[in-house]
Design a protein around this ligand. Structure first.
Ligand code: AMP
Ligand code: MG
Length: 332
C-alpha cells in the first residue's frame, strides 16, 4: 500500500477525514504522541489498525472525540466526577475509562465492557475527527513494542507502506502517552501514569485517587495483573540493550561514566540518556525521541540515569524508562 504523506492543510484534513469515514487508517499528531486512527465503530478498520501495528487484540484502543459533548455517543451516563474532569482537563492528555455503550465493537475495546475516551489538544486532531464525522479509535502510531512516535518522521519510519495516510504536524508537545484514569467506580484509579498527575486529579475531585498497584510494583516483580491490558506488554524497547542506573545523582553520573568506559573498551558503542535533575517535563518530551535517535546511531548499549524524586511527571517518565529497559536496573 502507498502511504500518502499529507501536510495539514484544510483540504488535506478534509480528504483524510473522508478516508477515515470510508474505513481507512490514518496517522495524525496529538499533544501526547502520534496516533493511528480508525472509525471506532468500524470493526474492520479497527482490525486493520491492530494488523498494521502488530498489536495484540486484547489491548483496547483509546477513542478520540472532537468535542466533549460527543462523549454521549460512547457512554450511557456521566457522573459528577467525569464532568469535573472534562471541565478541568479536556482538551488534554487525560483518558477516562468509562462504561461503554453496546454499539462499540469489541475489537475497539479489546472485549471489555468499558471504553477509554479522550479529547486531544491539537487542532489538527480535532479537525480530522470532525471531518471524519465519527469517534476515532487511535493507539500510538508505532510498531507495537517500539518507542512511541513523537515526530512525523517516527511514524514514517515505522508505518510507511502499511497505512493509508499520515497527516504531518509539529513534534508532540507532551511526548508521553495520556494518563489513563478508570472512573467506573467511586474511587478513581490511575491505570497508566502520564503528565496529568494523581495530585492534580485529587485537587479537582477533592478525593483520593488510587494508582493501580500493578503500575507501582511492576518494577520489582511483575506478579500483579494490570487493569489496563496494554500495560502488561513489553513496551518502548530500543534495539540496543538498556540499563537504568538508579541512586544518588553524583553516584549515578560516575557509574554511567565507568560503565561507558568499560563497554567502549570492549568495542561497544554506548549511548547515554541523562536528563537534567528534576527536569521532568523535558524528560517526558524528549525520552522516546532520544531512544529512536540512539537506535539510528546503532548503539549496542544504552545507559540511562533514573530520575530522582519520582512522583508526578517524573513517575510517569520512569514508568516508560523502566519498561524500555525491561526492568534492567543497577542500583548505586
Ligand atoms: P495506546 O493506545 O498505545 O496509548 O495504549 C492505550 C492504553 O490504554 C493501553 O495501556 C490500554 O490497555 C489502556 N486502555 C484503553 N482502553 C481501556 C479500557 N477500557 N480499560 C482499561 N485500559 C484501557
Ligand atoms: Mg502505544
Amino acid at each position: 500500500m502507498k502511504t500518502k504523506i499529507l501536510e495539514p492543510t484544510k483540504e488535506n484534513i478534509t480528504y483524510a477525514g473522508r478516508m477515515l469515514a470510508e474505513g481507512g487508517i490514518v496517522a495524525f499528531p496529538t499533544e501526547t504522541v502520534y496516533g493511528l486512527g480508525a472509525d471506532a465503530f468500524n470493526e474492520e478498520a479497527v482490525k486493520a489498525v491492530y494488523a498494521a501495528k502488530g498489536r495484540p487484540s486484547d489491548n483496547p484502543m483509546i477513542v478520540h472525540i472532537a468535542r466533549a459533548s460527543d462523549i454521549g455517543q460512547l457512554t450511557p451516563r456521566l457522573s459528577g466526577d467525569i464532568v469535573a474532569l472534562i471541565e478541568n482537563f479536556w482538551p488534554g492528555p487525560l483518558t477516562m475509562v468509562v462504561k461503554k455503550k453496546p454499539g462499540i465493537p469489541d475489537a475497539t475495546t479489546g472485549g471489555l465492557d468499558t471504553v477509554g475516551i479522550r479529547l486531544p489538544d491539537t487542532q489538527i486532531a480535532r479537525e480530522l475527527i470532525e471531518a471524519a464525522g465519527c469517534p476515532i479509535a487511535a493507539p500510538s502510531a508505532n510498531i507495537s513494542g517500539r518507542p512511541s512516535p513523537t515526530k512525523a518522521q517516527h511514524v514514517i519510519d515505522d508505518l510507511s507502506g502499511k497505512i493509508d495516510a499520515i497527516v504531518k504536524g509539529d513534534d508532540c508537545r507532551v511526548g508521553i502517552e495520556s494518563t489513563v484514569l478508570d472512573v467506573t467506580g467511586d474511587t478513581p484509579v490511575i491505570l497508566r501514569p502520564g503528565i496529568i498527575t494523581a495530585e492534580q486529579i485529587e485537587a479537582v475531585l477533592d478525593k483520593k485517587v488510587e494508582i493501580d498497584p500493578a503500575v507501582l510494583k511492576q518494577s520489582t516483580d511483575g506478579s500483579l495483573k494490570p487493569k489496563a491490558p496494554g500495560m502488561k506488554y513489553k513496551h518502548y524497547a530500543p534495539k540496543a540493550d538498556m540499563v537504568v542506573i538508579e541512586g544518588q545523582r553524583d553516584k549515578v553520573k560516575k557509574e554511567i561514566e565507568r560503565l561507558k568506559g568499560l563497554n567502549e573498551q570492549l568495542g561497544n558503542k554506548v549511548g547515554v540518556i541523562l536528563f537534567e535533575e528534576k527536569a521532568f517535563i523535558e524528560a517526558a518530551h524528549d525520552f522516546f525521541a532520544r531512544l529512536r535517535e540512539l537506535d539510528k546511531e546503532n548503539v549496542d548499549l544504552i545507559l540511562a540515569g533514573a530520575l530522582s524524586d519520582i512522583d508526578g511527571v517524573g513517575f510517569a517518565v520512569m514508568n516508560r524508562m523502566l519498561k524500555s529497559a525491561g526492568y534492567n536496573i543497577v542500583k548505586v
